[in-house]
Design a protein around this ligand. Structure first.
Ligand code: GLU
Length: 486
């Protein structure tokens, strides 16, 4: 890795942080932290039609949520700012002028309609599509005439003919493009604002970026950018183009893809843990040396490298995401899980917005009881649903069968009597009550515990029975038992 590594994540602020962008940023971050470099976050906000005012904050929030930090950006400044393109327009202008003066770029006066017509003619005659370069050779009179008409020119780059542009991509290996397939492209709009390919190389140059990591969709932009660097006599950074992330059907993800979770705010809203999501994302492309799958951020910083990033597409696997998140949830501080889950219970209408101390303590125990089983926070709603409904529904055939055994009513009647006499219900007292039932009825094991569980929860499996009974509380337990017994 080059000395004083400088990498950047350069999103267009069009919305929340997407998993593809998050992965690019994460790769940048890990390399910068591993090799003592700098990680820059800057914004390509010149396209007002796609720009969203909250986009910059949404992106930064997403990165922060994932646990990333950066060395230079709009919020903390830095030596090469400003860090959004709309505030850098004055910095770009001299480069446009230099290129026009040196003849590596020229003014193009073609109108939209003329370009469309040219395209239609090319299509009709089967010629190569793209700008023909006809404004390259305008005479002084033609230019004067266009100006008199009030036309405002774009600036086009003069693509040199017959060249091969090659580079060693740090993920894809040797890549090359012929310049004969590249037409003179627009580098600045009539209002002087540079287009992506131009602004990006100027930013990368001015910010001393020496490694560009970005999505594979930009691969065909890279020869154009290399040509621009050359035309301006600037050093060309290294490139690493990360492959696509496909959905479970191995197709390109669409915005509303049910088989994937794409935006960081969605992960947050569904109650995923950032460290699990970070671990999941890094494995979308990167593979470690051994079999290990669970990595802390620190472990990743110690070993992440681009040479183990695959050039084949990554496939989003929801089951793996949930397994991984569940793994992190099990060992997370229970108070954190409570903080994540409480709002879900409130949103489901199971708990009021403002909780009494007693309600809070009860909900805390309920959430802790389910911590082991949960894969992500939102699941608390379905996992704890039986604590909130009035009646139990027994749908499982096996569970129904348990209640038809002759031991069942004996056990349940005895347990009901025990509950009615009990002073308070805690996991300990419930344990003692069940012991009493055992003594009184002579039933133990499955006939005792399964019957009780099924009667109270409708399910064969679930968290600790003593805790479950205690949390259900006397009223629900007596109601459920009496209605079954009657
Ligand atoms: N704004 C571009 C994007 O979001 C940045 C591409 C680049 O990193 O060069 O895809």
């Amino acid at each position: 890795m080059s000395e004083n590594l400088r990498v950047r994540y350069a999103p267009s602020p069009t919305g929340h942080l997407h998993i593809g962008g998050a992965r690019t940023a994460l790769f940048d971050y890990l390399l910068a932290r591993r090799f003592g470099g700098q990680f820059v976050v800057r914004f390509e906000d010149t396209d007002q039609t796609r720009h969203k005012e909250s986009g910059i904050q949404d992106q930064l929030d997403g990165l922060k949520w994932l646990g990333l930090d950066w060395d230079e950006s709009v919020d903390i400044g830095g030596p090469y700012g400003p860090y959004r393109q709309t505030e850098r327009l004055d910095l770009y202008r001299p480069f446009t002028e230099k290129m026009l003066a040196e003849g590596t770029a020229y003014h193009c006066y073609c109108s939209e309609e003329e370009l469309e017509q040219e395209r239609a003619e090319q299509e009709a005659s089967g010629a190569t599509l793209g700008y023909s370069g006809r404004c390259r050779h305008l005479t002084a009179e033609q230019i004067a005439a266009f100006k008199a008409e009030g036309r405002k020119p774009t600036v086009r780059f003069k693509v040199p003919a017959g060249r091969t542009i090659a580079f060693e991509d740090k993920i894809r290996g040797h890549v090359e493009f012929g310049t004969d397939d590249i037409q003179d492209f627009i580098i600045a709009r009539p209002d002087g604002i540079p287009m992506y390919n131009f602004a990006v190389i100027l930013d990368d140059y001015l910010m001393k970026i020496n490694l560009v990591i970005r999505g594979e969709e930009h691969l065909t932009n890279t020869p154009r950018q290399i040509l621009l660097y050359e035309a301006l006599g600037m050093p060309v950074p290294e490139f690493a183009h990360v492959s696509l992330i496909l959905n479970q059907d191995r197709k390109k993800m669409s915005k509303r893809d049910e088989t994937t979770l794409q935006f960081m705010n969605q992960y947050n809203e569904k109650g995923y843990l950032p460290e699990a999501v970070l671990n999941f994302i890094v494995l979308l492309g990167w593979s470690p040396v051994g079999e290990q799958e669970i990595f802390s951020k620190e472990e990743l910083i110690a070993q992440f490298d681009l040479d183990r990033v695959s050039k084949s597409p990554a496939v989003f696997d929801m089951e793996k995401l949930n397994w991984m998140n569940g793994h992190y949830m099990k060992s997370a501080d229970p108070e954190r899980i409570v903080a994540i889950c409480l709002p879900h219970l409130q949103k489901a209408g199971y708990l009021p917005e403002i909780l009494t101390d007693e309600q809070r303590a009860w909900a805390t125990s309920l959430i802790k009881l389910n911590q082991e089983k949960m894969q992500f926070g939102e699941q608390i709603v379905e996992l704890s649903e039986l604590f909130f409904r009035d009646h139990v529904e027994i749908e499982d055939e096996e569970a129904k069968a348990i209640l038809t055994e002759e031991s069942a009513p004996v056990v349940l009647r005895s347990f009901l009597a025990q509950i009615e006499q009990a002073e308070e219900l805690t996991a300990e007292t419930v344990k003692a009550l069940l012991k009493n039932v055992q003594k009184e009825t002579g039933y133990k094991g499955k006939p005792l515990f399964m019957a009780t569980r099924v009667a109270l929860t409708g399910q064969m499996h679930g968290p600790d029975l003593n805790e479950t009974v205690a949390l259900l509380g006397r009223e629900k337990v007596t109601n459920r038992l009496s209605s079954l017994l009657s």
